[in-house]
Design a protein around this ligand. Structure first.
Ligand SMILES: NC(=O)c1ccc[n+]([C@@H]2O[C@H](COP(=O)([O-])OP(=O)(O)OC[C@H]3O[C@@H](n4cnc5c(N)ncnc54)[C@H](OP(=O)(O)O)[C@@H]3O)[C@@H](O)[C@H]2O)c1
Length: 379
């Protein structure tokens, strides 16, 4: 799943002021970008306090955006998701009453029954033990519910939780050109230990403007070196012997002590996958793969017709540390759950989706065959 977080802040880092009225930080241009980003996601998440204070509708009203969602095979409205331990949410809030999309509430098992049954009338309620109400469990639950992209919009506590627990792939910050200057107003994040600090900086993907606002976009799962290495893996896929029934994939493996091994599909045997080819070369040289990172142009497979172990299983067995890939395996052929399998094994997974179309281009003869139905690839 791709998780994006977004917030508009004042120049001094506040996301609201202390007045009873909602502070408008966004310019019209920023609003347009946020609405487009919302509409591109399967689900939008806000904390219960944001619903109580701001009563946001979070619906996609623009016909062009709704049409784009339909064309992409999505429902016209993204799913709306909120979190609450207390259950103090008004079923009449616009979050629940506006838009035809599903509403989901994550509630603590401790929440009062009266509140639970009122919310069950307007939303799908997931009740979880307090200890399970963590970003990783919440994301897992949403993933099992079919959510593949999530847009988190705040407020402070939710952003703090998801950012500090390393559960965000991309962060978009739009900075309004004014100060709030109220020390106890809500800030972008609260006190926590974040995975990014003076010793580990985030990767700035884009800096631009939206009207009078500066917009910054950060990648939290990868940096420029990862990007360059993944481009290398994608280029390797060009070498694959052509197949009508299996994808062309390239892989680059970097061991913990810096040795590099490359591979591409069918490089040394007709059924070999790219990751497997790179792993075989490392094994032949007697290199340990513990702690290694593998870059693959496509999500490592999770099932194999022709071999006992999938590439994801091989990666887990070798106790690699990280997997970086560009394209999810297209779901209309086999249902690949490599990403989930790797994450469940505690492996750090980064998806550089901006390279996805380049990774898939070499497979266009399978994905978009001319005038015929595709044969099912047997990756
Ligand atoms: N500028 C922006 O882009 C932007 C965007 C959104 C919001 N905001 C602002 O943010 C402020 C609200 O921020 P906030 O920090 O007070 O509240 P929040 O993050 O919106 O919501 C916090 C509440 O969410 C629930 N919650 C959070 N994590 C949970 C978890 N893991 N499990 C279960 N429930 C969980 C709890 O609800 P219960 O209390 O019900 O247990 C908690 O009190 C508002 O002023 C709003 O205007 C600004």
């Amino acid at each position: 799943m791709i998780v994006r977080a977004s917030a508009a802040i004042s120049l001094d880092g506040y996301i609201n002021d202390l007045s009873s009225q909602r502070l408008i930080l966004s310019s019209p241009e920023d609003w347009a970008e946020v609405k487009a980003a919302r509409a591109a996601c399967d689900a939008i998440l806000v904390g219960a306090e944001t619903i109580r204070q701001d009563d946001p509708a979070l619906v996609t009203r623009q016909e062009t955006l709704r049409a784009q969602r339909l064309a992409a095979g999505q429902a016209p409205d993204p799913i709306k998701v909120t979190l609450s331990r207390s259950g103090k949410l008004d079923p009449q809030a616009r979050f629940f009453t506006e838009g035809a999309g599903e509403k989901i509430v994550f509630l603590s098992e401790e929440a009062p029954e009266k509140a639970v049954s009122a919310l069950q009338k307007v939303a799908t309620v997931f009740r979880m033990a307090d200890t399970e109400l963590t970003p990783s469990h919440i994301l897992n639950r949403l993933e099992n519910h079919g959510v593949r992209s999530l847009f988190i919009e705040g407020g402070t506590r939710v952003l703090t939780e998801f950012l500090s627990q390393d559960a965000v792939d991309y962060l978009r910050i739009a900075i309004a050109p004014f100060f709030v200057g109220e020390a106890s107003a809500p800030r972008l994040v609260g006190e926590a230990r974040f995975p990014f600090h003076k010793g580990r900086r985030m990767h700035l993907l884009r800096s631009g403007r939206a009207g009078d606002m500066a917009v910054l976009e950060y990648a939290l799962r990868y940096d420029a070196e990862d990007y360059a290495r993944l481009e290398e893996a994608i280029a390797l896929a060009e070498n694959c012997p052509c197949s009508e029934t299996a994808y062309s994939v390239g892989a680059l493996l970097i061991t913990a002590d810096g040795h590099r091994f490359t591979g591409y599909s069918r490089e040394t045997a007709p059924n070999n996958h790219a990751e497997e080819e790179a792993i075989l070369k490392a094994e032949q040289e007697g290199c340990s793969l513990e702690g290694a990172t593998i870059y693959s142009s496509m999500e490592p497979c999770s099932t194999r017709k022709s071999k006992p172990l999938s590439c994801s299983a091989l990666i887990c067995r070798h106790r690699m540390r990280r997997v970086v890939f560009a394209a999810y395996e297209p779901i209309h052929f086999v249902h690949c759950c490599g990403e989930r399998m790797l994450k469940e094994a505690g492996i750090d997974v980064a998806v550089i989706e901006s390279l996805s179309s380049r990774a898939l281009a070499v497979n266009r003869h399978i994905l978009h065959p001319v005038g015929d139905d595709a044969t099912e690839p047997n990756r």
